[in-house]
Ligand binder design. Structure first.
Ligand code: G6P
Length: 612
């Protein structure tokens, strides 16, 4: 979704901004732009629809924009179609201010009408332009830019991360935040703003996360931050643990492939520090065994693939803890008047920690007194900061829009949490506990085995990349796994795909099976293998081609009935989806590769969904 980068220092701003925007490309966007300011030439803006390469071409064909302070933006259209005019930065009528904005100004119609009445002429159809125009309007009453900014913020409703440049302050950059992520970067004689650390990691790893209501003034001399009442505040600095190489392709053709391959290591980083002497240990948690005993209901709330992690989690947590678990899509949960109270635990799962619906669901849960524990990948993100407790997945930066390593680490961590809570409740047999722990220890190595050979997936993709529709079927954990496999495929290959609980086939889906339809039959869940076999026979007898996914010991049995068989090593059932997901990721990846799709940046999708 939209990305912001801003710079003020001694170097020309444009190359820093373009480099930052390039690193934000993964978030998904449809247009891009930059604005810089200099004493001699005032505000200079270039922006256009399309990829960053189009913006670069435009910039290359003209004298360089001059200035050592600037703002850049990648836009993912919400209000107003993607075109040159609607792209950011937006400039006020008389060219005094330029702004970039992430989020949505909910009362923009009202502000626009007010300004139109005052004779202000608008250029774009966006909600964001009102911020630039209102700022210029407020400048008439306030000579200090900060006064004008505070006057404007008072009138804005909705969500915003803002970067602001003023024509008459060529070394100054102002930033403001409410309900949309924004961080400050501290360099030597230079300062940065960014919606995401990836944008500035090549320049500094010393950052501070802005909080709602805060305003920052950045100059070469440093950064001053004020709270909503304009009182100066000291920000806590954070050091970004990963470096720029973690956010680069490093020789791989795609980030997605690199991230699939990084899964064994990501799992090791996530699991190992939390296993000690055969026990799961969460030193970072505040929640106590007594709290766990108090919870009568558990909710898992998330979006997209993180929701699919929750689907697996429901089966696993109920099995281990014998406590009712409900999984909800955050976008539904937030408006469902959920039956939660202070005896409820709400587990929120989010890679980015910024998904708006998930964030809103979290707030709803906290308002109703629930205890919120989040599983998050991005350190310091909004969801992490607003939760009562947070468990970080140490997956490192995930750049491909379609998640892989974040999904895997979320899954492992949720299962570990379930095991830990089951122990608090004294509801898990010691033998089962020991078996899961020992398989958790072995999981990274088993996963390394799965990613070590990819030929079979390449081969299958060469056979099936022209399919119009692909079905995924499975039961229990395999059903939850199929949801993720199917989503992966449609996200990056644009092939229509459905995932069904295999027992539901005969209630409708089976009428869609015809000669040559491809069915991915997931049969990794040992206790229901016989049922999986019956479902394969059912679809085969209607002409389907079946690719079965199972564990090594069942290969022969499935080879007798399926067209192709993929196998994974056996592990404890609660961890089996952690191995099962990888063949599905690789299958989707190679199918998309054969179809020539833009794998890391699928059309219309965004990595971090910060609008509703
Ligand atoms: C987007 C991404 C998905 C992700 C979902 C939830 O749709 O493309 O990969 O699963 O958002 O994101 P979150 O950051 O909250 O896990």
């Amino acid at each position: 979704m939209c990305g912001i980068v801003g710079y003020t220092g001694n170097a020309p701003a444009v190359p820093v901004l373009l480099d930052g925007l390039e690193r934000l490309e993964y978030r998904g966007y449809d247009s891009a732009g930059v604005a810089v300011v200099s004493r001699e030439r005032g505000l200079q803006i270039e922006k256009c629809k399309g990829r960053l390469s189009a913006l670069r071409e435009k910039l290359d064909g003209q004298p360089p924009l001059a200035g050592t302070a600037g703002i850049g933006h990648t836009r993912w259209a919400t209000h107003g179609e993607p075109n040159d005019v609607n792209s950011h930065p937006h400039v006020s009528q008389n060219g005094r201010v330029a702004i970039v904005h992430n989020g949505i100004i909910e009362n923009y119609v009202e502000i626009k009408e007010f300004l139109l009445h005052k004779g202000v002429a608008f250029r774009s159809d966006t909600d964001s332009e009102v911020v630039a125009q209102l700022l210029e309007y407020c400048f008439n009453d306030h000579s200090d830019p900060l006064d004008a900014v505070y006057a404007v913020l008072e009138r804005l409703e909705g969500a915003y991360a803002l970067g602001i440049l003023c024509a008459d302050r060529p070394d100054m950059l102002i930033a403001a935040r409410k309900d949309a992520p924004l961080l400050l970067g501290y360099g030597d004689g230079e300062s940065f703003i960014a919606s995401d650390a990836t944008a500035i990691i090549a320049h500094t790893r010393d950052v501070a996360y802005m909080e709602d209501g805060e305003v920052a003034v950045l100059t070469r001399a440093g950064v001053q931050v004020f709270d909503e009442y304009r009182r100066p505040i000291e920000k806590e600095h954070h050091f970004i643990e990963w470096d720029v190489s973690a956010a680069e392709k490093g020789g791989y053709a795609h980030f997605m492939f690199k991230e699939i391959m990084e899964q064994p290591e990501a799992l090791r980083q996530t699991i190992s520090p939390r296993l000690r002497d055969g026990r799961v240990v969460f030193e970072e948690l505040h929640i106590t065994a007594e709290d766990v005993r108090r919870f009568r209901r558990i909710f898992i709330v998330a979006c997209g693939s993180s929701y699919h992690v929750g689907m697996v989690g429901k089966y696993n947590l109920e099995r281990l803890m014998r406590t009712p678990v409900e999984v909800a899509l955050a976008s539904e949960f937030r408006y469902s008047d959920p039956l939660i109270d202070k005896d409820s635990l709400v587990i929120v799962i989010s890679q980015s920690g910024e998904t708006l619906d998930t964030m809103a669901a979290l707030r709803e849960a906290r308002n109703r007194g629930a205890y919120v524990l989040s599983i998050v990948n991005v350190v310091g993100s909004s969801i992490a900061r607003e939760s009562d407790d947070v468990l970080y997945t140490w997956a490192g930066p995930e750049i491909a829009v379609a998640t892989t390593k974040a999904y895997s680490t979320q899954l492992a961590l949720l299962t570990m949490l379930g095991l830990w809570m089951a122990r608090c409740l004294d509801r898990v047999e010691q033998t089962e506990y020991d078996a899961v722990v020992s398989e958790l220890e072995a999981l990274p190595a088993k996963l390394a085995e799965v990613v070590s050979s990819t030929e079979i997936y390449q081969y299958l993709a060469s056979l099936y990349f022209n399919q119009e529709c692909i079905f995924y079927i499975g039961r229990n954990l395999d059903y939850a796994l199929g949801l993720e496999g199917s989503l992966k495929l449609k996200e990056i290959s644009y092939i229509h795909s459905e995932s069904y609980a295999a027992g539901e086939l005969k209630h409708g889906t089976i009428s869609l099976i015809e000669q040559g339809t491809l069915v991915m039959s997931l049969a990794t869940y040992g206790p229901l293998l016989d049922k999986a076999v019956s479902n394969i026979v059912e679809v085969k007898s209607r002409g389907a081609d079946v690719v079965a996914l199972t564990t090594e010991e069942h290969r022969q049995r499935l080879e007798a009935i399926a067209s192709h068989v993929l196998t994974i090593p056996r592990t404890h059932p609660v961890l089996q989806p952690n191995l099962g997901v990888v063949p599905l990721q690789l299958f989707a990846y190679y199918i998309a590769l054969h179809r020539g799709c833009d794998i890391d940046k699928p059309k219309n999708l965004a990595k971090s969904v910060t609008v509703e």
